[in-house]
Design a protein around this ligand. Sequence first.
Ligand SMILES: C[S@@+](CC[C@H](N)C(=O)[O-])C[C@H]1O[C@@H](n2cnc3c(N)ncnc32)[C@H](O)[C@@H]1O
Length: 204
Amino acid sequence: MRPLVLERRLERIKEVLKRRQKDLVLFVDDVKNEHNFSALIRTCDAVGVLRIYYFHEGGKEVPVNESVSVGSERWVFLERVEDKVSKLKELKDQGFQIVVTWISEESEDFRRVDYTVPTVIVVGNELKGVSEEILPLADRKVKIPMFGMARSLNVSVATGVILYEAERQREEKGMYEKPSLSEEEMERIMERWAFEDVIRRRRG
Ligand SMILES: C[S@@+](CC[C@H](N)C(=O)[O-])C[C@H]1O[C@@H](n2cnc3c(N)ncnc32)[C@H](O)[C@@H]1O
């Protein structure tokens, strides 16, 4: 028999997995700052994003700051990508629309997009934004309206704003009530996460 504590933990993981949106993906193009990256992960966990792809120039892993992420990196899949164009093409071929954040006149208001269909949201580097090579792959280019002196938001704030619009639309459609993962997928992920969780707790 499993101890009650473990039983409760598994139940909680299962509840989270039931609401994970496997067709809502974040693609992070070279975000350098560890606080920004950690805050992005935390928001993804909150809205049910299961998978984050990230490109990071240079050899170093993006360090996650646990006081910002509060451990949420354990509950999403983080995959580093070397060839961002190929990865986005692959996702497009799988039927995802590619929504690129792009601060320019030609971009449309982010609220005009339907995020209830399979969607990849692409966000960019703190200084340079999303790299231009990605633009030809964009199905939609979106911006968050800005009326102040600054021309852009912090990347983690912008991501939060867009992800919560996606969350609003998906909640309205009842997409958090019906799991997007199959029972098998949930079992597999649960086993892995529960195992890693136990190891981490034992280490203290
Ligand atoms: C600080 S901004 C980059 C600024 C850069 N000079 C540019 O023009 O893209 C970093 C990232 O935050 C997101 N972002 C910031 N403000 C935004 C806005 N108003 N609309 C859409 N995305 C925004 C985008 O993903 C952007 O690539």
